[in-house]
Design a protein around this ligand. Structure first.
Ligand code: EPZ
Length: 423
């Protein structure tokens, strides 16, 4: 297994570009199941999760290729009789659930394994199923698989809010089903995340009729068929945000290209509140940090609130800020696996229910730590950059699921991160 050895104490400086958004690319790839004709996707990041989705779509009878020169991905339906998404693939990547809606809508049937467990807490799919049932699909869970069928889905009105607000992949799934349903569908409490907006724009290019894109009420007029299309995936706001936080945490000066202001507004607001200077032009954001940052209260919320996928990285930064910060998690109440590891490095973080109290002004010291999930791993890398001495982060495969050559990009900014093989 690969590990990172991070030598701390460097101030990050320079320019870096965010890759395409993993969480936009995954449902968009699934949307190709709906197309009569080839789909060409640009700016798809080169990540483990993307390769897993390619494997899943091939299993579902699609031809999926990456062009060597351009990096473009071409997807085409070949065998429409394949409808089974097996556990062997689904257990490694929850976004695989996004094939449920398109399979039922286009092929009339789906057998999709319930996704595997997850280190960030409970991740049910009841809202996905609620939406599919509302559209008229017959649904049954048997032996760990969702069996779904329907000759032609029917448009309807539905409320897709859950105990923690809207659902990102749930909205994507139901939206991809509704575009081929007969009649009009209204999805209320739809997720507004930029990734859902990007999927909607892709579906419109394929011929779908969707109103209210980016709002919590999506109105979909079903059509009989969708064509192939070409689409460039938006840049990854979480990767961009991770660089912005790393810059502030190391008292650096970093300009991130592919950082869309409107997608990152909550983070920018928080960084400014902490005392960092943040400027932007076009899709570029520059962060310059002073020697001392101020403490903050951060609460994760659905978009446009502060993203849960940047909570861990922000917490790493706050371990050195002046004063006491409170980080409250309103999306995944148990997403605090990084707390114990940050404390191993000398942080003063105490978990209190769905919040963490961060006593700042700590000088972190390098230590061996364990990555538990994708964003917790990114937080440990930031902590390693802030720390005195060497930090060895094991199980870096979590990080490779969502960051394209992170060590390379950080090293170009003056960091010293080495990838090693661990027994
Ligand atoms: C997406 O997961 C992202 N994944 C996650 O990114 C991200 O953390 C999350 O949205 C929240 O922003 C992808 O887009 C592939 P949800 P998703 O459904 O769609 C509850 C990363 O690090 N809920 O919006 O699975 C759920 O438990 C990953 O890149 C239900 O109760 O998240 C959570 O509390 C990790 N029932 C809340 O809603 C459901 O049927 C939001 O989850 C579905 C969700």
């Amino acid at each position: 297994m690969d590990a990172f050895v991070v030598t701390g104490g460097k101030h990050l400086k320079g320019r870096v570009r965010a890759s395409g958004a993993k969480n936009a690319a995954l449902p968009i790839m699934a949307a190709a199941l709906l197309a009569d004709g080839p789909v060409r996707l640009k700016n798809v990041p080169n990540l483990a999760d993307i390769r897993t989705m390619m494997r899943l779509l091939r299993e579902l009878g699609m031809k999926v290729e990456r062009q060597e020169r351009s990096g473009d991905m071409i997807l085409e339906n070949v065998d429409l009789s394949r409808v089974a998404a097996p556990y062997s693939i689904m257990r490694t990547m929850r976004a695989g659930i996004c094939v449920l809606g398109p399979l039922v809508a286009r092929r009339g049937r789906a057998e999709v394994s319930l996704p595997g467990g997850c280190a960030i807490g409970d991740r049910p799919v009841d809202l996905h199923m609620k939406g599919m049932k509302a559209l008229g699909a017959k649904l049954e869970v048997k032996h760990g698989y969702i069996h779904a069928s329907c000759k032609r889905l029917r448009g309807t009105e539905m409320y897709l809010g859950g105990p923690f607000g809207s659902t990102v992949t749930g909205t994507a799934n139901v939206l991809m089903a509704a575009v081929l349903a007969k009649g009009t569908t209204v999805i209320d409490c739809a997720a507004c995340e930029p990734e859902v907006q990007d999927l909607s724009r892709m579906l419109v290019k394929m011929g779908a009729l969707i109103h209210g894109i980016g709002s919590p009420r999506l109105v979909v007029e079903g059509v009989d068929r969708l064509s192939g299309a070409e689409h460039s995936v938006i840049p990854d706001r979480i990767e961009a945000g991770t660089f912005l936080v790393a810059a502030a945490a190391t008292r650096g000066d970093v300009t991130v290209e592919g950082a869309r202001w409107n997608d990152l507004f909550a983070l920018v607001h928080m960084l400014r509140e902490a005392g960092a200077h943040v400027e932007h032009y076009d899709d570029t954001i520059r962060v310059r940090a002073p020697d001392r940052l101020r403490s903050l209260d951060v609460t994760t919320l659905p978009f446009p609130g502060f993203p849960t996928d940047l909570q861990a990285q922000m917490m790493a930064m706050l371990t050195a800020a002046d004063g006491i910060s409170v980080v409250t998690e309103k999306i995944y109440p148990d997403r605090f696996m990084h707390v114990a590891e940050l404390n191993r490095m000398g942080a003063g973080v105490r978990k209190e229910g769905n919040a963490a109290v961060v006593h700042g002004q700590r000088r972190l010291s390098g230590a061996p730590v364990m990555a538990s999930d994708l964003r917790a791993s990114a937080a440990l890398v930031i902590a390693g950059l802030m720390a005195e001495g060497k930090t060895t982060i094991s199980r870096i495969y979590h990080l490779d699921r969502g960051y394209d050559r992170l060590e390379l990009k950080l090293n170009r900014l003056g960091a010293y991160v080495r990838r090693i093989k661990e027994k």
